[in-house]
Design a binder for this molecule. Structure first.
Ligand code: GTP
Ligand code: MG
Length: 204
């Protein structure tokens, strides 16, 4: 999918204090330093849109990016990084869950996992939470460029064994980008932006 304009809408650092919803949103989640911001940049085709860094724990807020006046991509703060301050670690769950659990325009979540690491405790917890609130998920196994072909197959099989569809991805080569757009198109088809203040999705 070709993106003409991509703009930074705003950031949120406190639960409940998010930009007014305007279009369907797709959020990118995953552990710290896994490559969430890089994935967004690659998918959108803009190198410096979301800030990336080799220092883990770089994004500690939710960043909202508007795509062509039709879609909003949300870069979520990463979880699981031991070295960020205790305050930052404790702030993660209420901040992220207050967004995921009450955002009427949320169309789906892209969960990014390092293909070499797979799904661990935190990823399973997040998947359980998303299943409870009924939000569709796509698992992206990123950094596949770091593995040889044979190793890729083995690693992807191990992740898929957790019963989820997994898309191999690389922000370096662009592998998987088309599948992400296809999934976003499915999630957002027929969805019109809900007005601010519309009732939040209810837990099942
Ligand atoms: P936080 O915001 O700190 O949670 O990190 P993040 O998940 O946004 O990760 P970010 O996109 O900043 O990338 C972290 C590091 O991984 C950077 O050094 C990236 O260049 C590198 N990286 C991200 N994606 C890929 C990939 O697909 N392949 C390779 N080889 N490196 C990647
Ligand atoms: Mg980031």
């Amino acid at each position: 999918m070709k993106v003409t304009t991509a703009t930074f809408i705003g950031a949120a650092t406190e639960p409940g204090r998010f930009p007014a919803p305007s279009h369907p949103e797709v959020a990118f989640a995953g552990r710290s330093n896994v490559g969430k911001s890089s994935a967004i940049n690659r998918i959108v085709g803009r190198r410096g849109l979301a800030r990336t860094s080799s220092t883990p724990g770089r994004t500690q807020q939710l960043n909202f990016f508007g795509i062509d006046d039709r879609l909003v991509l949300v870069d979520l703060p990463g979880f699981g990084y031991a070295k960020v301050s205790k305050t930052a670690r404790e702030a993660w769950r209420p901040l992220v869950e207050s967004y995921l659990g009450a955002r009427g325009v949320l169309a789906g979540v892209v969960l990014i996992v390092d293909v070499r690491r797979g799904l661990e405790e935190e990823e399973h917890q997040l998947l359980d939470f998303l299943a409870t609130i009924g939000v569709p998920v796509l698992v992206l196994a990123t950094k596949i460029d770091k593995l040889k072909r044979g190793e890729q197959t083995k690693a992807l099989r191990a992740i898929a064994a957790s019963a989820l569809p997994v898309v191999p991805f690389s922000a370096v080569t662009g592998d998987g980008v088309a599948m992400v757009w296809k999934t976003i198109a499915e999630w957002t088809r027929g969805r019109t932006a809900r007005a601010a203040g519309a009732p939040a999705r209810r837990a099942r």
